[in-house]
Design a protein. Structure first.
Length: 693
């Protein structure tokens, strides 16, 4: 279409379609036109639409379902951000509006605001919230913007992306409606525009070797968390392989670090409550199959007797309930076909997840093979009566943790997350753990069943996300932006895939779309300097916090022996990078924020030449640092426990604390856990210093 003619048309169209249109109206035309067409009413899609409108362009936002906000309005009320300082722009505005809502007395029906720990009167944002509050806010954002919102229209997956050369000209839905535009944004969780637009994408886990990563691919050896108990028999009839495997157990994965097409498990983020007048007890769903939970019963018998749920309290005595343990709400291995499936198959997969998870909740609350203590605790809870009222109080959006991922000229990898690579064209930041849920269950060489795929690697601070990661590679679609299924490796996407990041990238995508229309250029040719100026003007944060910059102090190459820096340690839990207090080794250090005691730990592993070494832990003494820190050294003779006081200067060095001399074969390890410590635990480095005879 001629662009001059296009802008004349959109001015008239904008006057007509300024409010959401309901699907099926007899007065609706079959063709619509706007400057920017956005597919997917996720949090990213809404923010993209708002930004497009604020920049003076017309916009249509197509939501295949009937609710805006995606996971943010479907139970995921616990904002996954280790450092909320990096959240800016429209995302920040969203959390500020949530705070304004909860500042009002009438917003607190089932709870005293002052007793809710996540509410901070002096904070500018609220990062824990109820689903219906979030959805109302997304609806307000869309309505205020004047974006045309179309609900209940699904893309024709076979021929719905209409191309002319390297440009998308229109989207066509199953009902036959056509939406024409100059720019298009795929804000769906599935990346459904990518195949039809001829954009390269991938599904599953890359091999570590592809991008020289360490946490990608098959992860059996590192799958320590959310793991099944030891010694669990995998067969329907214990000890009898001829009886077949229990439900949910699949083939053995490939070697650690190898790639495959498995995707991390999905679930629903349930909103539960223990308020009797607002609680709906768990019921056995139609289609319940007790055999699905045999592995749960055996896991309890193996000694994992805790409640296998992770509830985080939201306002008004509600929860955001997530997966916890070896057998929980994640329906492991049941989603492999989802990313490329048609709608009928996707609906079947979603329904099976719903039956599984509802069945799990009924089982935990009622089944006699579940420990009494667990039954008693789970029975206190039920679905919140005032949430998801049009869907039987069940979340309307399944948690699609990953589906397709674009492969562009820039692929965000583990190296970006660790800031070993720093993008020079950022459009946002992330900082959550590189987090993959389990992808499968298998029978081990010992004949027992284990989970595989869980990884929780800290990025040790915030990192930048490149503009080139949200646009197709040069030579592919010239007017498509992809802020959700962006170009990232499996393990890097495990960190990026957080709702505030999607909002940030959605706004950036909307900005780039509007500027590209003004400049009459492809999205790949948009000058980054122009984009950055607009993003900064609109409140986006594009600069790493000073504390997250890698500023070398004592260089590793100048230290004797074998030095394992915090960058090379195996880290679990939420640690924060810093560089304020010298001395330290390398580009900085990690600290536990004096919190999460017992939930944060690390291993400093080393390949050694057999011999005797003095082992030293790097941590300069400070008054606020930890005492009672437990450290375990693994050596040729076994394990040796040490308890350190990091407030006192080491006798060995102003930086290093000596853990003693030990004999080693070819490997050594130092394990640090913050359980029972008082004060800030520091992860800096471990030095293995050869002892001369």
């Amino acid at each position: 279409m001629n662009l001059n003619h296009f802008h004349i048309l959109t001015a008239a169209i904008l006057c007509v379609y300024t409010f959401p249109l309901e699907h099926g109206s007899a007065a609706e035309p079959t063709a619509r036109e706007a400057d920017v067409v956005i597919y997917g009413g996720t949090s990213a899609g809404v923010m993209a639409a708002v930004q497009v409108r604020r920049m003076g362009k017309s916009c249509v936002l197509i939501e295949p379902g009937h609710h805006l906000g995606g996971l943010s309005s479907s139970g995921l009320g616990r904002t996954d951000a280790d450092d909320t300082r990096v959240i800016g722009g429209l995302a920040r505005e969203f959390y500020k509006r949530l705070k304004q809502h909860y500042d009002r007395d009438e917003s607190w029906i089932y709870e005293d605001r002052q007793r809710y720990k996540a509410y901070k009167a002096d904070a500018d944002g609220m990062f824990y919230f109820e689903p219906h509050v979030a959805e109302k806010l997304f609806d307000q954002f869309a309505k205020e913007s004047g974006a045309m919102v179309v609900r209940g229209e699904r893309l024709d997956l076979k021929s719905g992306v209409v191309m002319q050369g390297r440009r998308i000209t229109a989207l066509r839905t199953e009902s036959g409606k056509t939406f024409k535009g100059a720019m298009f944004i795929d804000a769906s969780y599935e990346g459904d525009l990518l195949p039809g637009a001829g954009v390269r994408y991938t599904i599953g886990r890359e091999a570590n070797s592809l991008y020289n990563e360490t946490l990608n691919g098959v992860q059996a050896a590192l799958a320590h968390h959310h793991q099944l108990g030891d010694g669990i028999d995998p067969w329907n009839k214990p000890g009898d392989p001829n009886s077949g495997l229990l439900p949910g157990i699949g083939p053995k994965p490939g070697p650690d670090g190898s790639g495959d097409k498995r995707v991390q498990a999905y679930n629903f983020r349930m909103c539960l409550t223990d308020v009797p007048e607002n609680r709906i007890p768990f019921t056995k769903p139609v289609g319940y199959d007790e055999a699905r939970y045999e592995l749960l019963f055996r896991n309890f018998a193996a000694g994992q007797t805790g409640v296998p749920l992770f509830p985080t309290m939201m306002p008004n005595r509600k929860t955001d309930t997530n997966n916890r343990g070896g057998f929980s709400t994640d329906f492991i291995g049941a989603n492999y076909a989802y990313p490329e499936a048609g709608y009928a198959e996707r609906e079947h997969i979603i329904k099976e997840h719903e039956i599984y998870q509802k069945g799990l909740m009924w089982t935990l609350a009622n089944h006699p093979r579940v420990p009494v203590r667990v039954r008693k605790e789970v029975s206190r809870w039920g679905l919140a009566k005032d949430e998801f009222v049009d869907n039987g109080n069940w979340p309307h959006q399944i948690y699609v943790r990953e589906a397709r991922r674009m492969v562009a000229d820039y692929v965000v990898t583990e190296h970006d997350c660790r800031r070993r690579v720093v993008a020079n064209d950022p459009v946002g930041m992330g900082n959550y753990n590189m987090d993959s849920h389990n992808t499968g269950r298998y029978v081990t060489a010992e004949g027992t069943v284990k989970n595989e795929g869980n990884v929780e690697g800290s990025p040790r601070g915030s990192y930048l996300i490149s503009y080139r990661a949200i646009v197709p590679r040069k030579g592919e679609a010239e007017n498509l932006l992809v802020p959700v299924c962006l170009s990232a490796s499996h393990i890097a996407f495990g960190s990026i895939r957080m709702e505030p990041v999607f909002m940030i990238l959605g706004q950036s995508a909307g900005t780039a779309a509007a500027l590209s229309i003004d400049d009459k250029c492809s999205i790949q040719a948009l000058p980054y300097a122009e984009l950055a100026r607009q993003l900064r003007a609109d409140g986006q944060n594009l600069d790493l916090p000073e504390s997250d910059l890698l500023k070398p102090d004592r260089k590793i190459k100048d230290l004797a022996g074998i030095v394992v820096d915090d960058e090379d340690a195996r880290v679990r839990g939420s640690w924060r990078h810093d560089n304020k207090e010298k001395p330290y080794v390398g580009g900085g250090y990690l600290h536990d924020q004096n919190g999460g005691k017992g939930a944060r730990w690390a291993w400093f592993d080393a390949e050694l030449t057999p011999g005797r070494y003095e082992v030293r832990l790097a941590c300069a003494a400070r008054p606020d640092r930890a005492k009672g820190l437990k450290v375990v050294v693994t050596h040729a003779g076994g394990e040796t426990n040490r308890t350190l006081d990091l407030r006192k200067a080491s006798s060995a060095d102003s930086l290093f604390h000596s853990l003693g001399e030990f004999d080693f074969k070819d490997k050594g390890s130092v394990y640090v856990n913050n359980r029972g410590s008082h004060g800030f635990v520091i992860l800096d480095a471990v030095q293995y210093l050869p002892v001369k005879n």
